[in-house]
Design a protein around this ligand. Structure first.
Ligand code: NAD
Ligand code: IPM
Ligand code: MN
Length: 348
């Protein structure tokens, strides 16, 4: 990463993706000017609409071009015109796997003044981070059909994990937990049913914890119980580490506890920096509200904040966070995309 000139690739994508990306990029422009951050942006058209028009999901040539960048910023992809799975697996997972973005970091934080559906819970209670494994599990695409279309049809999607995937994800999560005051890492799994994959997770968790991170408190939750606590007692969580699929599901639930889908940020990190990392809001392309100036762009702006942190532009990230904190007490549900954008820009 060249700190004198960051090379950023933007993939606005589909539906509300381009709307929220535009807001994030306008905010990026303003904050970069103030902090003398120099960058160039290349926009890429990939997404469901692009596939519908051209037949390209993501070509080797596009992957090679993206790899020349330090960072990818993605809005959201997925179009009702395209069969589910083609873009999600081909493009989004193609990028996460292809660039070995093995950590999907999803902070869960109730911002000042935001209404949460959790009764009597405050900013102090909802403040944890989900470390979602991002290259394995049920997402690898290993599986298939046999006797398709007959009464005997078998359909398989396998939960696949190897020691390397599990251990590198756990180490990242332990290191993150070490930086936080409570130094507590909880593994979320399903050791009572998925007795192979989560046995591996559980053994690696305890071995690595004992040997390398004796200062970090360890907890374990079955995923169903974790859901219960996320609603009932979110204050018990500090850092959670979990598999790809569980992390996906838990973080939509978590986003709702922090005020809605428009409040959940995420970073797909390649901590080794062997390929670009990618920042994106955790929501999808929301075709139901696309083009109506209704989407909440804050998840996209919070993902930009994570991007600035990844760029080691901590002062800019902090300033952006202060601006977000000024905007969140406003009546977000009644505000248009544009109005939220204006409010953020005003506070920078
Ligand atoms: P979604 O996240 O797009 O939408 C779920 C609900 O949340 C919708 O009612 C939507 O209007 C609302 N919502 C989402 N983002 C919002 C925002 N910023 N402001 C206000 N409301 C918001 O999930 P979905 O409907 O299940 O999926 C739609 C498409 O997006 C599918 O093609 C799916 O595969 C894809 N998807 C893509 C990503 C991604 O690009 N990272 C993530 C999730 C889903
Ligand atoms: C997310 C999305 C993706 C996922 C889909 C669109 C592949 O839901 O980023 O949370 O499941 O990871
Ligand atoms: Mn998801």
């Amino acid at each position: 990463m060249n700190k004198n000139l960051y090379r950023i690739a933007a993939i606005p994508g589909d539906g509300i993706g381009p709307e929220v990306t535009e807001v994030a990029m306008n905010v990026f422009e303003k904050i970069s000017k103030k902090h003398n951050i120099r960058y160039e942006i290349t926009e890429f058209p990939q997404g469901g609409e692009h596939y519908y028009k051209t037949g390209e999901v993501i070509s080797d040539k596009t992957m090679a071009a993206l790899k020349e960048h330090d960072i990818i910023y993605l809005g959201a992809v997925g179009s009702p015109k395209v069969k589910p799975g083609i873009i999600e697996k081909g493009l989004l997972l193609g990028l996460r796997f292809g660039f070995d973005q093995y950590i999907n970091l999803r902070p869960v934080k109730l911002y000042p003044g935001v209404e949460t559906p959790l009764k009597d819970k405050t900013e102090e209670d909802i403040d944890y981070i989900v470390v979602r494994e991002n290259t394995g599990g049920l997402y690898t695409g290993i599986g298939g059909f046999t006797m398709k279309g007959t009464a005997h049809e078998v359909a398989v999607n396998s939960m696949v994990y190897n020691y390397k995937q599990v251990s590198r994800c756990l180490r990242y999560a332990f290191e993150l937990a070490q930086t936080r005051p409570r130094k507590t890492l909880a593994l979320v799994g399903k050791t009572n049913v998925l007795t192979y994959a989560f046995d591996l997770w559980d053994r690696a968790f305890n071995e690595i914890g004992d040997k390398e991170f004796p200062d970090v408190n360890r907890e374990y939750y079955h995923v169903d119980a974790a859901c219960m606590h996320m609603v009932n007692q979110p204050e018990r969580f500090d850092v959670l580490v979990t598999s790809n699929m569980f992390g996906d599901i838990l973080t939509d639930l978590a986003a709702m506890t922090q005020g809605g889908m428009g409040m959940g940020a995420s970073g797909n990190l390649n901590p080794d920096k062997s390929a670009p990392s990618m920042f994106e809001p955790l929501h999808g392309s929301a075709p139901d509200i696309a083009g109506q100036n209704k989407s909440n762009p804050l998840a996209a702006v919070m993902s930009l904040k994570m991007m600035l942190e990844f760029m080691d532009q901590n002062e800019a990230a902090e300033e952006l966070d202060r601006a977000i904190c000024k905007v969140t007490p406003m009546n977000l549900n009644k505000m248009s995309t544009d109005q939220i954008e204006k409010a953020i820009l005003k506070h920078l």
